[in-house]
Design a protein around this ligand. Structure first.
Ligand code: MRU
Length: 350
């Protein structure tokens, strides 16, 4: 399995996704500030991977603290959580991951647990969340496999694969699950300007697994759909509102409209912690604006004239009406999503 991130005695080790596919190098984060930088600079990216990284960031912050009293540690934990929460605004998994470790810390600190034991517990939680993320991806793969064509081409946008999770992937996990179940799938990967998660990352990890893959420029899928060359679309998600509206990588919204127009099913695959019940509607999801340089430059080379205006929203929102189904580790959600999401949330994990 592709090692996206890993807790080690020295720190959290991250596969540097900014260097792929040309270099397979790792960045070791030895404190929480370095974990924050790794998330902000997209050395690690993808909502589930960001969530577990943030959890490990809080854990390493607590583990490396030199505080000798709970009140002193409380103050440090507040700063650690705030620093990590400021890294990227859209993927709700980031805030989920921070809350998981912070809540455990608060519980143990309230009981005056010895600091040594608190450290061991939060580190163990970070590692458990890592294992649970992989297990959730595998379950998404099992739930979603039968929705994939028995034989055909599936379009994906961005990278919702092993690299965007702790392993196996959400959208690509469903594709992997279908292939393991005997489906013959060829993947079309949108290149996904400007960060090129599709061209660089999805193509890289699928090629490593010998899954037939073709990279498309972002403007090609309409043409291929019109020729009957795409049988299904599957993407990941960064935040799903309570009504099913889904924020995902910029360009996803357009692909969903194209799929609807051509009668092609459009699936979202995401762990249940990507659903934000506190956000009622997609319009309420904060959209990250990234540096203009990601658009003006490619591989360090300037592509646009000096001074031209640049937009760089990192995500867009696909309205629930364009989504055929949302595949989670707990099962498959269908419209009306506000009702199916609420019912699944009430049912809990069982
Ligand atoms: O900016 P990124 O690369 O972090 O954005 C990633 C995406 O939009 C993914 O599709 C999403 O996080 C789902 S990952 C399983």
């Amino acid at each position: 399995m592709i090692p996206t991130l890993e807790w080690t005695p020295e720190g959290v080790n991250f596969l540097d996704q900014t260097k792929l596919p040309l270099e397979e190098t790792y960045v070791l984060a030895t404190d929480y500030k370095q974990v924050a930088t790794v998330i902000r600079d997209m050395i690690v990216r993808g909502a589930p991977a960001i969530g577990v990284s943030a959890a490990m960031g809080v854990a390493i912050g607590i583990d490396r603290s030199t505080a000798t009293t709970i009140p002193a540690l409380n103050e440090e934990v507040a700063v650690i959580c705030e620093t990590l929460a400021k890294t990227r605004p859209t993927a709700v998994n980031l805030f989920w991951g921070i809350a998981q470790v912070r809540d455990l810390y608060n519980e143990l600190a309230a009981k005056n647990t010895p600091i040594r034991e608190i450290k061991a517990a939060v580190v163990a939680l970070g590692q458990r969340l890592y294992d649970e993320d992989i297990a959730a991806c595998k379950r998404m793969g099992a739930h979603g496999a039968s929705l994939m064509p028995k034989e055909g081409t599936v379009l994906t946008h961005c990278n919702a694969g092993a690299l965007a999770t702790c392993g196996y992937g959400s959208a690509l996990g469903v594709i992997r699950g279908a292939i393991e179940a005997g489906h013959k799938i060829h993947v079309f990967a949108d290149e996904t300007r400007p960060f090129l998660q599709g061209a660089r990352l999805t193509a890289w990890e699928l090629m490593k697994d010998n899954i037939p893959t073709t990279v498309l420029c972002d403007n090609m899928s309409a043409h291929l759909m019109s020729k009957g060359r795409i049988q299904a679309v599957i993407v990941g998600a960064d935040r799903i509102a309570a009504n099913g509206d889904t924020a995902n990588k910029i360009g996803t919204y357009g692909v969903s409209i194209l799929a609807k127009e051509h009668g092609i099913p459009f699936y979202v695959a995401a762990p249940f912690n990507t659903i934000d019940l506190a956000t009622a509607h997609g319009n309420d999801i904060p959209i990250e604006q990234r540096d203009a340089r990601e658009v003006t430059h490619s591989n360090g080379k300037q592509m646009t004239p000096d001074g031209v205006g640049i937009e760089n929203p990192a995500f867009d929102v696909t309205p629930a009406k364009y989504i055929t189904a949302i595949i989670t580790e707990r099962g498959v959600l269908r419209a009306p999503f506000d009702e199916s999401i609420k019912a699944m949330a009430q049912k809990g994990t069982n």
